[in-house]
Write a protein that binds this ligand. Structure first.
Ligand code: GAR
Length: 205
């Protein structure tokens, strides 16, 4: 099967990037990571990529006069590496319709709750909102990115229990373990041509 080319966008720790790298190295996804782009020069994700000889580049949003200029720089880099699928993996910038349109139906994101829960929130704010809601379950969602932030068609969700004594940290850790299963699985399905977007729904063929 032909390998697809991934561009992974990161801002921090990069544990989801690591899960994707590991799944590719185990031969579980017919893909290769063509480029890892970080908007933060100190993101640990960059070191993870470099350890596996994956090309990296820092594109600092603060160096650009406008969001459009920043996103054009991202697009130029991704296009230069002939990327088939853009994976947001803890990328903490919202992408405008300009970027989303360029890679229409070819951008995925992972959210650390069961969307539409905590839509528009990120990181620990998500887990705080879940704990405050009193919900008995949380989980993670891999979805296609559209102009509606965190509102695109859902590909995979994995569920975890919320325990009575959970803290933001303990819940985040339980969810993260499922993220590391869900994201490689969603990318595999895409790479194998098994995802079909029908309106708001993603059919798995
Ligand atoms: C992950 O939990 C991811 O779901 C979350 O940031 C973390 C990044 O961790 N993303 C969001 O909250 C986006 N709304 P990582 O850098 O170790 O992959």
């Amino acid at each position: 099967m032909k390998k697809i080319r991934l561009g992974v966008l990161v801002s921090g720790r990069g544990s989801n990037l690591q899960a994707i790298i590991d799944a590719i190295e185990r031969g579980q996804i017919p893909a290769e990571i063509a480029i890892v782009i970080s908007n933060k020069s100190d993101a640990y994700a960059l070191q993870r990529a470099q350890k596996h000889n994956i090309p990296t580049v820092v594109i600092d949003h603060k160096a650009f006069a406008s969001r459009k200029d920043f996103e054009q720089a991202l697009i130029d880099e991704l296009d230069r590496h002939r990327v088939d699928l853009v994976c947001l993996a803890g990328f903490m910038r919202i992408l405008s319709p300009y970027f989303v349109e360029h890679y229409k139906n070819r951008i995925m994101n992972i959210h650390p709750a069961l969307l539409p829960v905590a839509k528009g929130l990120y990181g620990e704010h998500v887990h705080k909102a879940v704990l405050e809601s009193g919900a008995k379950f949380s989980g993670c969602t891999v979805h296609f990115v559209t102009e509606d932030v965190d509102g695109g068609p859902i590909i995979i969700q994995r569920v975890v229990p919320v325990k009575d004594d959970d803290t933001v940290e303990s819940l985040a850790e339980r969810v993260l373990a499922e993220e590391h299963r869900a994201y490689p699985e969603a990318i595999r399905l895409f790479a194998e041509g098994k995802l079909e977007i029908v309106g708001r729904r993603v059919k798995i063929k």
